[in-house]
Design a protein around this ligand. Structure first.
Ligand code: AMP
Length: 400
């Protein structure tokens, strides 16, 4: 048994999960592609979750709550059975172009993550604080940084380049980095396993629909297109983020409405998407309101699903041949109405959802398209923590 701790340090919260991993679950395919995971054909024994939890409200404002990440992590770790811990895996949001695989943390890695703070000012400082505190609390235990962006470093230049002045883009790091990489990686792998086919032969569109949302075209296990870009703001409609819009909207709001850029940033990241359109970011509430005849909720639902359909069409064209479309994360795993509406009208492309399969209360990885459909539509639960744990163990095990 190998024990590994996964930490996801956000600006005001720390999420953690402690795994005990049986030896046969560590047969990693190497850093970047990571170990096989439970739940499908050819996969291996499940890891045991020893502990899981979240500490919220880190900051100065709430009396009794931890004041900083050092306090929060010290409290978490004093409660956890960490004897025999092999490694700590840290979720790091932005790895820029520097990190194409997970990295064993040393001073140079920490400095490189700090250099990327301008690209992820909300996320990387908290991720960095988490690594520094864990390093101090657990000296001698290897720490591994696993990046949300790394899976997308296989994008071809034509897919990752924005059509703006090339020198300006180069100077300021304007580039499509992509996010949710650990989720797209594990879900595309589990889709191939579910279909009983080798990963390198399967082309999948993965739709990670959580509070944040992104689409990814995965060709034989490699990301070739993804909807989030320089930041997690681009692409699909999300709980509170707008996703794609005409960039001129920003200039218009600045010039005509006199909004400062910080306010526009807040508008697009926190007061847009489902929240902006219907005043609610939770898909469950939105669906209830829509069913009760709320027109704003119905429009928000239509805008949300139409955007997904546009990306499915674009990524089908990108891949040329499509084997599977996979829904994952909170909305993707739990909202049949979204899955059905997002893929409606695509029968001529070989894409259809079987109503009984789609509405079934079944959990776990499953196919929801009709038998013999040319494209398998799937629902596959994501497990970003386990992906981080298995990538961490692959790094610690070293090259095979
Ligand atoms: P995640 O970021 O993956 O945790 O997803 C969170 C989101 O999933 C929530 O904000 C909800 O909108 C959505 N969600 C969770 N459970 C359900 C459900 N049973 N039906 C519809 N949406 C759900």
């Amino acid at each position: 048994m190998t024990r590994v701790l996964v930490l996801n340090c956000g600006s005001s919260s720390v999420k953690y999960r402690l795994f005990d991993v049986p030896p046969n679950a560590q047969a990693g395919a190497g850093a970047g592609t990571a170990a096989a995971a439970p739940g499908g054909a050819g996969e291996v024994a499940a890891p045991l979750v020893v502990a899981t939890g979240v500490v919220e409200q880190i900051g100065e404002r709430v009396p009794g709550a931890p004041r900083d990440h050092a306090e929060a992590l010290a409290a978490v770790m004093s409660d956890l059975p960490l004897e025999g811990l092999t490694a700590v895996g840290h979720r790091v949001v932005h790895g820029g172009l520097t990190f194409t695989t997970p990295a064993l943390v040393d001073d140079a890695v920490l400095a490189a993550i700090a250099d990327l703070v301008p690209l992820a000012p909300l996320h990387n400082p908290a991720n960095l604080a988490g690594i520094e505190v864990a390093r101090a609390l657990l000296p001698g235990t290897p720490q591994v940084a696993v990046f949300d962006t790394a899976f997308h470093r296989t994008l071809a230049p034509a897919a990752s380049t924005y059509a703006i002045d090339a020198a300006t883009a180069e100077r300021y790091g304007i580039h499509r980095y992509g996010f949710h990489g650990t989720s797209h990686a594990i879900v595309s792998r589990r889709t191939a396993a579910l279909l009983g086919r080798p990963l390198d032969e399967v082309n999948t569109i993965t739709l990670h629909l959580g509070n944040g949302a992104s689409a990814c075209a995965v060709e034989g296990g490699r990301s070739v297109a993804t909807s989030m870009g320089l930041s997690p703001l681009e692409g699909l409609v999300m709980g509170t983020r707008s996703g794609d819009l005409d960039p001129a909207i920003i200039f218009h709001l600045h010039r005509v409405a006199g909004m400062p850029f910080a306010e526009i940033d807040n508008l697009l990241n926190r007061r847009s998407g489902l929240t902006g359109l219907a005043g609610v970011n939770d898909m469950r509430t939105l669906l209830t309101r829509r069913a009760a005849g709320d027109r704003a909720a119905a429009l928000a639902f239509d805008v949300y699903c139409r955007r997904i359909r546009s990306y499915v069409g674009a990524y089908y064209a990108e891949l040329g041949r499509l084997d599977a479309i996979t829904f994952t994360a909170g909305v993707g795993e739990n909202a049949p109405a979204v899955r059905a509406a997002a893929l409606t009208g695509l029968d001529r492309l070989g894409i259809a959802v079987d109503p009984a399969r789609n509405d079934s209360p079944e959990r776990g990885a499953r196919v929801i398209s009709p038998p013999e459909a040319p494209v398998a539509v799937c629902v596959v639960p994501t497990d970003e923590e386990w992906e981080i744990a298995s990538q961490t163990l692959a790094v610690v095990a070293g090259p095979r």
